[in-house]
Write a protein that binds this ligand. Sequence first.
Ligand code: KIV
Ligand code: ZN
Length: 556
Amino acid sequence: MEKGKMPFKRYRQYPNVFLPDREWPDKTITKAPIWCSIDLRDGNQALSIPMNVEEKIIMFELLVAIGFKEIEIGFPSASDVEYQFIRRLIKEQRIPDDVTIQVLTQAREHLIRKTFDSVRDTNKAIIHLYNSTSKVQREVVFKKNKEEIKAIAVEGTKLIKSLRGASKNSSIRFEYTPESFPATELDYALEICSAVIDAWAPSPEEKIIINLPTTVEMSTPNVYADRIELFCRHIKKRESVIISVHTHNDRGTGVASAELAVMAGAERVEGALFGNGERSGNMDIVTMALNLFSQGVNPELDFSDINKIAEVYKKCTRMDIHSRHPYAGELVYTAFSGSHQDAINKGMKAQKKKESDIWDVPYLPIDPKDVGRTYDAIIRINSQSGKGGVAYVMENDWGFKIPNEMQPEFARLIQGRTESVSNELSSNEIKNCFEQEYIKRQGRFQLKSCAIHSENKNSKETIVCALIQDEQTEISIRAKGNGPVDAFVCGVKEHFNILFDVAYYAEHSLSQGADAEAVAYIGINTENSKILFGVGIDVNISIASIKAVLNAINRM
Ligand code: KIV
Ligand code: ZN
């Protein structure tokens, strides 16, 4: 290959479908499809170390707890571990009454018989038969023509039907998959599925499941949706058929394909937690379900403790979950950038004040708490962060409502720190910076004691007597003013000959209750007309303000 030139001419464009009157683009999804988890089959068969029986039991219990009512539990004719696992689930009566297990088989007699045997004594089961139908599979892999490939599907169906009859278990259902459907001519897929439907003879009461996979995803999701809509229009006995989809993620659009397919008429969706599965995975059922949730549709699966689900999944599969994974990744509810933080900060405040609980916070598609995440990490501070983010951390984690006027100065300070350490700062480190800079500021002056009183009951003037340590010397000041801050400022100016004015003042209580501490923020105008802030904390708000003045002066 010539360096720098990708050999794109080796690949062919996937053909469009002629469907000028397509209806699916105008549809919306208003209810959850029938979900079928394939974690224990398709997901498991893609693992470098497949789950052992104990891990499968843990995974099965997780899937039941999430609320799956149909669970493909394995490929029992292909592996003894799968066979043993299925037998154990049945023998130990681990399958709840409202859950149907599903088992996959190829269309070969001995495999079908073994599969049937694996589910003996179950109340309910779906036998899932597949064979590959695409041109390349027919010609290169199986070396069979269309009729012969169709016959494989039909013979398999008939055998399952007769074994079902012999078992007298009428609750055994049937699913057929024309594997490699995207690469199968649509009219041939219809022909083969129609033949299977004839062989099974379903009814509206006992429907057949026809599963149309993107075994390998080959087109944009709209083309897949067109194929599903066309298939739904032309398949025979539509009222006796459940159309199922099973999408993979080769082009990164597994979820989109399944969503558009549901709009196009599919009623059932197979997928796996966090998209585990062959190659780039199966359709991620967590994402699709939470997409529905975020649109106000009941997903009928419970992801309210996503961290716990992720933990069990990781343990059983030994797979990781990317920190950017939709809804579940470590960083997906976290903003580092200043403008996002500012908007989240404002949005969260507005959300708290709202009467309705309809969620509308910028950059957060759902409330992290709805999936069991906390607000602790929604804003994290690094060199990309801004004043809104820093203010959010100080208020939400430590109760300091830093005034807007002061936020840019503190944010610059924090940005300097993050740059100098080339790292993120923790909430604790941010609070320590704030304390060192504004509250426990080391400088020329230290307040040793302070008393505030009025000259007499009728006087509007306040007298402040303070003992101030000025480097090595202790100095007593006594001054009058319109209030404690005014009196203290007059006294300091007079005794120490410093030029400044109070330009800004704000206060609030730091905690609830009678002994709550108050915090005061003072901004002083200095000689070079720069505003410097200081912060003071005390049970007495006047003393807190005086401490804030001295902390600001110490920063001159
Ligand atoms: O991807 C696929 O086509 C499959 C079938 C066996 C359902 O996994
Ligand atoms: Zn698959």
